[in-house]
Ligand binder design. Sequence first.
Ligand SMILES: NC(=O)c1ccc[n+]([C@@H]2O[C@H](COP(=O)([O-])OP(=O)(O)OC[C@H]3O[C@@H](n4cnc5c(N)ncnc54)[C@H](OP(=O)(O)O)[C@@H]3O)[C@@H](O)[C@H]2O)c1
Length: 330
Amino acid sequence: MKVLFIGGTGFISTAVSRMAIAEGFELYVLNRGARSAPLPGSQSVTADIHRPDEVHAALPDVEFDVVVDWIAYTPDDIERDLALFAGRVEQYVFISSASAYQKPPAHYLITESTPLHNPYWDYSRNKIACEERLMRAYRDEGFSATIVRPSMTYDSNLPIALGGWGTYTLADRLLRGLPIIVHGDGSSLWVVTHADDFGRGFLGLLGNEKALGEAFHITTDEVLTWNQIYQTIAEALGVEADIVHIPSDFIARMAPQMSGSLLGDKTWSTVFDNTKIKSFVPGFQAIVPFEEGIRRTLAWFAADAGRRSVDGAVHAEMDRILEAYGEKSR
Ligand SMILES: NC(=O)c1ccc[n+]([C@@H]2O[C@H](COP(=O)([O-])OP(=O)(O)OC[C@H]3O[C@@H](n4cnc5c(N)ncnc54)[C@H](OP(=O)(O)O)[C@@H]3O)[C@@H](O)[C@H]2O)c1
C-alpha cells in the first residue's frame, strides 16, 4: 500500500511511521525536516504543507492509496487537502481529537456516537468543523474519508494536563522536589495511551474499506486517576511527587491560555469504549500498561540531554499559580 503521512515525525506519528515501515507499507513522509532526520525505510518529502507551491513541487502527480493528515486543525486545512487529494487517493484519514466529544459529558463512557460539542475549546470546535466538512465531502463529493480521534497519546512526550506539554519541565520539577499542580482533587478519571498501542489499531484502518465514512477513537482500556498518572511518573523517576491540588477554574482564571484544555477536556472524567475499533480491527488490544510505557518515555529522555528541554516560562507560570493559591504559606 502506498501511503503518505503529512507530519509523520510527531509525538504520535513517529511510532506509527516506524510500525508502518516495519509492516511493509510504502511510506512517504511529508514535513519540513525540522524535527528529525528522515525515517529509514521511508521516502522523505520535504515541504511546508501551508505552502502549496512547495507541496506541488514535492508531490507532482503522485497518487496514493492512503493519505493521513496528522496536522490538519482547521476547515481551511481540510479545503486545502480536498483540493490536493480529491480524485488522487483511495482513503484520506483525518486526525481529529477526542476532546471534540461533548463537554461536559452527559455520560462518563464515550463511544463514537457521543455527540461532538465543546463550547470551551476552540481547538476542539475546529476539529469538529473539520470532521463535518469531511463527512459532507464523503456524502456529496465521493471523497473517501476516515476520521480518527486520538485521546491523550504519549511516546516521546509526558502525558500531563499541566506542566509543559512536549517538554521535560514537569520531570524537572519532580526531580528538583518542587511542587507540581494537579487540577481538581486529582480523582477524575483519564486515559493515556502509548503511541505503539494507538498504532496497532490505527494501521488496521488503513486500506480498510469498511472504515470509509467512519470515525474511531483508539485508546487503552486502562483507566487511571490524574493522581495516579502523576504519581506513576514520579515513581518512575524515583522520587515522591509533591502534589498541590488546585481547582481547574482557579487555574483557568490565573492562566487563561490553559482554560480550553482544562475546562474543555482534562477536567472531566473520560473513559472510552473501544468496542468499535476492536470490531473493525480484529485482534486489536492495547498492551502497554502506563507503568511500563512511562518508563520507556523516561528512558528516551534519559538517552540524550538534548531531549530534556525545560521551559522556564512554564516553571514561572506554575510558581505564580502556586503562590496565588497560597502555597507559600503551606
Ligand atoms: N498527542 C495527543 O495526545 C493528541 C491527542 C488528541 C489529538 N491529537 C492530534 O494528533 C495530531 C498530532 O500528531 P503528532 O503527535 O504526530 O504531531 P506533532 O507532534 O504535532 O508533530 C508535528 C509533525 O508535523 C510536521 N509539521 C509541522 N508543521 C508542518 C508544516 N507546516 N508543514 C509540514 N510538516 C509540518 C512536523 O515535522 P517538521 O517540524 O519537521 O515539519 C512533525 O512531523 C494533531 O492533529 C493533534 O490534534 C494528539
